[in-house]
Design a protein around this ligand. Sequence first.
Ligand SMILES: C[S@@+](CC[C@H](N)C(=O)[O-])C[C@H]1O[C@@H](n2cnc3c(N)ncnc32)[C@H](O)[C@@H]1O
Length: 293
Amino acid sequence: MLKECIEALEIDPEGTYVDVTFGGGGHSRKILENLKGGRLVAFDQDEDARMEAEKIKDRSFTFCQANFMYMKRYLKLNGVTTVNGILADLGISSHQIDSPERGFSTRFDGPLDMRMDKTISLTAAEILNEYSEEQLHKIFGMYGELKNAKTASRLIAQRRVTMPLQRTEDLKATLRPIASRGKENKYFAQVFQALRIEVNEEMKALEDFLHQCGEVIVSGGRLVVMSYHSLEDRMVKNYINKGKVFGEVEKDFFGNEIKPFEAVNRKPIEASEEEIEENSRARSAKLRVAKKV
Ligand SMILES: C[S@@+](CC[C@H](N)C(=O)[O-])C[C@H]1O[C@@H](n2cnc3c(N)ncnc32)[C@H](O)[C@@H]1O
């Protein structure tokens, strides 16, 4: 939904924009094409994304290899205190998922790594081999929405007694007996998603980031967020509609809602059938757009 994201930003050619998920740079390059005198600051915590960003030789472009949970701090370091729009295309990039050695994909065998930022120490293998059975149960239930999270965590705890899990194939072989026949890939995708969210602290990063958006976007500026699973989408939706990711909207003395944004579309924008045919990942994409009040 590249076109939809760019339109949603309503780019002012002289404005300052942030793309917090540079990835392969598709969205950033499009934003840059629309700038004339403006500025783009992009973030990604992945070293491979930084190498891709280095190919962009444009004076209006700045790249920060950092977690977007520190967005405000890095913007300040680069002399930026307010921006006209922020784009987030959450999750992992096609480059990350297509690299077997990163361990993100259910399609290839690879190490149980799943770190977007290779400098952090926690890996999926460490979670599977060190976390308690109860912790695994919670992660699989909450982040993977597995119906049999308890059984899955028990099987992993039993397996690691004799042999630690090191490869994605070890994990799949351990859980294959409890995956529905014919739907194994969907099941593994949920398991991998849960581990990836825990490794990269994705929920905390998203919550911290959203709150900073309210602080740096100027009045009338846009927040554009594309998410790929219901947990993320729920947090984005709550933040836009209630000013917080959990809980109810607060009101001032006069009963006015205290929230920095208003939704531009009541329902999220979804990909067309045509785009889904070209890119199956687009099937689960939900685009939410908000305007700073
Ligand atoms: C779906 S891809 C973005 C693709 C990009 N829009 C493009 O056009 O190529 C998501 C990217 O965001 C990065 N990412 C995810 N969470 C992040 C975080 N908390 N901080 C910084 N980068 C993050 C990932 O490393 C990945 O490269």
